[in-house]
Design a protein around this ligand. Structure first.
Ligand code: 16G
Length: 250
């Protein structure tokens, strides 16, 4: 058993502020913390279910539940017969409306953006259709390369009605953080995914060979009152991202 992991779990059991009555949630948090702190690195194996249960005096059902939750979040991956690992590829669950920054932080990575554009302009006819905006209204536009540390992962072009984000310079690293501060965090979204070969320009920005596989994602996110808060087109690197959806039969 990784001693830092056991220590973190025990710390959470003692720490009154973090006290979480449900052991599986406590364990899930402890594992997420050590992954975020990079005590356990991507690709490294975690202790077995039995090992966790014995060292921490938990039932195997509790351990299984904690691990399953983190697999669903994309923090861990499980391979039959080989155990549980910290995910190497970035696994993005499609059922949760999270931001790039949140996804990366949950994996202990350091999200960064480099902007090509961050300003106010007039909505284009295509955007006004997609966002239900009247022709001519002002929109904030962000065009950026998204990095984990120094590694480029995606290119994103976002459009937000200027009435919701009048000053795009408020967006430092995270669009969702800026929207949240203004009380406009997206609540629901529609997303469309397409496989595309990356253009020469995108491939160069993403440090991959031209024509490499990319995922083109279009997200339209809404507020509770039905207003569209963002229309974002992203090109994710196909070699590092998995988009995973959970399906139910009815
Ligand atoms: C994700 C979203 C994108 C959103 C961005 C906000 C997908 C496919 N796209 O990249 O629509 O604008 O997160 O991230 O998940 P930020 O808050 O870090 O700027």
């Amino acid at each position: 058993m990784h001693s830092a992991l056991a220590d973190e779990y025990r710390r959470l059991c003692r720490d009154a502020a973090a006290r979480q009555p449900l052991a599986y949630l406590r364990l899930r948090r402890a594992i997420r913390n050590v992954v975020e702190q990079r005590v356990v690195e991507p690709g490294q194996t975690l202790p077995s279910e039995r090992d966790f249960a014995q060292t921490l005096k938990l039932s195997r059902v509790t351990v299984r539940k904690a691990l399953a939750g983190l697999v669903e979040e994309g923090v861990l991956t499980q391979r039959h017969g080989a155990g549980t690992f910290v995910a190497e590829r970035i696994i993005k669950p499609m059922s949760r409306l999270t931001s790039f920054t949140e996804d990366l932080r949950a994996r202990g990575l350091d999200p960064r953006s480099e902007f090509f554009e961050r300003g106010i302009g007039e909505v284009t006819p295509e955007e006004s259709m997609a966002m239900n905006l009247s022709p001519g209204v002002a929109v904030a536009r962000l065009h950026r390369v998204r990095y984990a540390g120094n590694e480029p992962l995606a290119i994103e072009r976002s459009v937000v009605p200027a009435e919701l984000l009048p000053d795009p310079m408020l967006v430092r690293d995270s669009l969702y953080e800026a929207l949240e501060t203004r009380g406009f965090r997206p609540r629901r979204a529609l997303q469309r995914l397409r496989a595309v070969p990356l253009s020469a320009r995108h491939a160069r920005l993403l440090h991959v060979p031209a024509g490499s596989a990319g995922l083109n994602v279009e997200r339209r996110a809404f507020l509770d009152d039905g207003r569209v808060v963002e229309f974002t087109t992203s090109w994710y690197r196909g070699d590092v991202y998995d988009f995973v959806a959970e399906l139910h039969s009815e």
